[in-house]
Design a protein around this ligand. Sequence first.
Ligand SMILES: O=P(O)(O)OC[C@H]1O[C@@H](O)[C@H](O)[C@@H](O)[C@@H]1O
Length: 301
Amino acid sequence: MASTRFFSATLVVAPLRFWRLLLALIRFRFVVCDFQVYLYGGHVTSWKNDHAEELLFLSSKDKFKQFGSLGTLDQHGFARNRVWTIDDSPPPFLTNTLNRSFVDLILKPSEDDIKIWPHSFEFRLRVALGPGGDLMLTSRIRNTNIDGKPFSFTFAYHTYFCVEVRVEGLETLDYLDNLQKKERFTEQGDALTFESEVDKVYLRTPTKIAILDHEKKRTFVLRKDGLPDAVVWNPWDKKAKAISDFGDDEYQHMLCVEAAAIEKPITLKPGEEWKGRLELSTVPSSYCSGQLDPRKVLLGS
Ligand SMILES: O=P(O)(O)OC[C@H]1O[C@@H](O)[C@H](O)[C@@H](O)[C@@H]1O
């Protein structure tokens, strides 16, 4: 069976004029940090710290639409373009849910969905806020086919961060360059900095990746589980202008880093479930000889 870019439970750009498209909005507050989730696409459209600063990038032009397609499926699958529902009784999580605010969403295929992807599934997404303001995303995908057939998929959390950046933790790794026919290269240098369009799938990445924001002296720390790869994407100036739902200059203030499972698609037999977890937190960046010091981020707990 061909693998698909089917599931893309996401943190994606969302419109400011959301009220028109909004089918439901859930807002959670925990201490003074909060997040927002839309039932449309299961999108997390806001994550704020205890200073009420927005940590996710949100394009002012986004229309909740995609700009590409792959075969009969949307470029990143259809899950992001469907209305999810609240899951009132999700199967238990092994992780401790004390001291957390969370919401559980579920997506099941409609008859029309089955026409374009002939499989039955349950896709559960828990979005949780930890006591320290960390944002945790847990996806669980179960094959509920009754015809005995397995299915395969690739997966990515499309997390857009509000940053002026440098990325630590991916240097020296192999990656597939989407801008060069998915050819495989090895990253050089001691960190990633950006001066042009980038669209790379880093392979077998560490469970922890740091995104350093020079401007705000803040570091995002991504911790992931079940998601071996990491996509790094910035459209830069020319592509930004060509994307209808992206502001011309917004590429300067964002970076999309996606915890993903792409190189090796996940295959589930009927009854089997896959889990992919992403935890986002921020820490103050530290300086060492004028450089942001990745060791304090990556080697810290
Ligand atoms: O805006 P989206 O749909 O989240 O996609 C952004 C980028 O996501 C990456 O995964 C792709 O490799 C890029 O090609 C793509 O442009």
